[in-house]
Design a protein around this ligand. Sequence first.
Ligand code: ADP
Ligand code: MG
Length: 215
Amino acid sequence: MNDFVLHTESLSYQYPKGSKLIFENLNIPTQQHTLILGESGSGKSTLLNLIAGFSAPTTGKVYIQGQDIYQLQETNLDKFRAKNLGFIFQEAHLLKNLTVAENIKLAQSLAGFPVNESEVAALLEKLQLAALSNRKPNELSRGQVQRVAIARALINRPALLIADEPTASLDDKNTFLVIELIKALADEQGSTLIISTHDKRLKDEFNNNYQLSAL
Ligand code: ADP
Ligand code: MG
């Protein structure tokens, strides 16, 4: 299982008042682009939250780089996550009192890395955000905010980049542009990519598809 960036085993999750969600095992080798496809309510966010270490599964295990993540104590899990994982959510959740560049540098600090101004500048340049690095999130368009979120997720060159419906709030043209951008940057940063979506049109853009069935 050490050969896989991500390996899951018999994962299930029971919401206190909901039905039990059961997930197929995932075995994801390094550098792959995986699409988790499923309709609204099929369990995409639940699965990604289990993988990301945000909520412990009712049954089963999550191994990232061979590490059984729920064996880690909470503070170690936080550190492990900051170093090894990057997330892009449907909404960007940037800190609104920090500038674009400060939001990215914060991600470096939280992972215990020294702030590296030139790496931040280089990544912002690749995302065509260089001219906006001193702006606050409320001074950006929706698409620009989403690109900042992509930069924040990738700055630490995470082993695994997880994006939960990153294009849900974008129009068709931007959806395909953002998917191509995330894929290209994940490759450049050496990150293995998992994206969830309900959008069946994205299927052909990926070499590895996991379909979650409707409940
Ligand atoms: P998706 O991201 O694919 O839309 P989710 O993982 O958000 O799906 O939800 C999967 C299922 O779990 C749905 O039936 C949803 O109603 C249920 N669910 C999600 N969050 C909760 C919660 N906090 N409490 C109870 N049920 C929940
Ligand atoms: Mg969801």
